[in-house]
Design a protein around this ligand. Structure first.
Ligand SMILES: [Fe+2]
Length: 309
C-alpha cells in the first residue's frame, strides 16, 4: 500500500491490478450478465436497429469530444445502486475496497457517496470527452490540494479493460496543481501539453482505479469491435463532510433491493450509508422495533444491546 499511497500523493491516482480475484467476483459477474448485454449482443441489436431505421441512437463520430451535457447518450449505460444483484450490492462495502478508502483519507469514519454501474459499448455513441475534473458535481466547494483530500473516487473494473476499450485517461497532478477551480473543462487546442501527458490504466476485471476529484481526466471512444467496458463507480468521503456528495440513499430506501441489502449488512457496513452506530441518540426502542419491521431479516440485537447499556 505504501507505493500506492506515494502515487496517490504525487500523481493523485493509481491502479491496483486484480484487487478482487475471479472467485470473489464470480457471483457479481453472473448478476451482471442479467443486467447488461454482452458486447456481441449489443452489436447485434445495434445492427438490427440500424437496418430498420435510417436514424439510430448513436451519435456516431459526429461532434467528437463534445461536452457531456451535449451528449447525454454517454450516460445511457449508468445504473444507480441498489441493483437487482445481491453480490453486486455487497461490492460497495467490500472490506478490501473500503479499507483502501479509509487508509487514503486517514479516517475510520467513512461514508459512501456514489455507487453506480456503468456500461459502454463500441458504436453506441461517441464517448470522447474533453479533459475535466469531477469535483464540479462532487462538492459544493473546491478540493483541497495542499493537504489530505477528504474524498476519493474509484472505478472497479467488472470487465477486462484493454486499451481498445478505452480506459480513462488521466493527467498527473504535478501538471495541473496550479489550474484555477473553473472552468471545469479544458480543450486540446488551449492545453495541448495536458493531453500529451495523459496516462491510462488497462487492466483485468477486478482491478481498482483510484483517483482524486481534482484530477483532470477524460473518457475516450471505444474502438474494439463489438467491445464493452463495464465498471462500478465507487466514491467515499470522510464522515461529517456535508458539502461532498452525489447520490442520496434516502430516496432509494423504499426499494426492495435496498431492504434486502440492509437486512444482510452489519451495523458497521450500514454506517457507510449514514446509519448512526448502535448506541446513538437517534435510536430508542420504538425506532429499533420499526427497523425490524422496515427491514425484515435485519438482526437488530446490536442496536438493542447498545440501548440496554
Ligand atoms: Fe469524469
Amino acid at each position: 500500500m505504501q507505493a500506492y499511497r506515494q502515487s496517490w500523493e504525487q500523481d493523485g491516482f493509481f491502479l491496483i491490478p486484480g484487487l478482487l480475484g475471479k472467485e470473489a467476483l464470480k457471483d457479481a459477474m453472473e448478476e451482471l450478465g442479467g443486467i447488461y448485454p454482452s458486447g456481441a449482443e449489443y452489436a447485434a441489436r445495434l445492427r438490427d436497429s440500424r437496418s430498420g431505421a435510417a436514424s439510430s441512437t448513436s451519435g456516431g463520430s459526429a461532434g467528437k469530444g463534445r461536452l457531456f451535457m451535449q451528449n447525454p447518450e454517454q450516460f445511457a449505460g449508468q445504473i444507480d445502486f441498489p441493483w437487482t444483484g445481491e453480490a453486486l450490492n455487497r461490492l460497495t462495502v467490500h472490506p478490501r475496497i473500503t479499507e483502501i478508502a479509509a487508509d487514503l483519507l486517514a479516517t475510520d469514519d467513512l461514508r459512501i457517496y456514489q455507487a453506480q454501474l456503468w456500461a459502454k459499448y463500441t458504436g453506441a455513441t461517441d464517448y470522447e470527452q474533453p479533459l475535466h475534473v469531477d469535483y464540479s458535481s462532487h462538492t459544493l466547494l473546491v478540493p483541497k490540494k495542499k493537504s489530505r483530500p477528504q474524498q476519493v473516487e474509484m472505478f472497479l473494473y467488472l470487465t477486462d479493460l484493454p486499451e481498445e476499450c478505452a480506459p480513462t485517461r488521466l493527467v498527473p497532478r504535478n501538471l495541473t496543481r496550479d489550474m484555477p477551480p473553473v472552468p471545469y473543462h479544458v480543450w486540446r487546442g488551449t492545453h495541448p501539453e495536458l493531453y500529451k501527458a495523459e496516462v491510462s490504466f488497462p487492466g483485468r476485471a477486478g482491478s481498482l482505479l483510484v483517483y482524486a476529484p481534482d484530477i483532470w481526466h477524460r473518457a475516450v471512444d471505444m474502438t474494439e469491435p463489438e467491445g464493452t467496458r463495464i465498471w462500478m463507480n465507487l466514491s467515499y468521503r470522510v464522515a461529517g463532510t456535508d458539502w461532498l456528495g452525489l447520490q442520496s440513499f434516502q430516496r432509494i430506501a423504499m426499494q426492495p433491493a435496498w431492504q434486502r441489502f440492509v437486512a444482510g449488512s452489519t451495523p458497521r457496513e450500514l454506517e457507510l450509508f449514514g446509519f448512526p452506530p448502535p448506541g446513538h441518540e437517534a435510536y430508542d426502542e420504538d425506532v429499533i422495533q420499526g427497523l425490524s419491521r422496515r427491514y425484515p431479516g435485519l438482526d437488530v440485537n446490536p442496536w438493542s444491546a447498545a440501548l440496554r447499556t
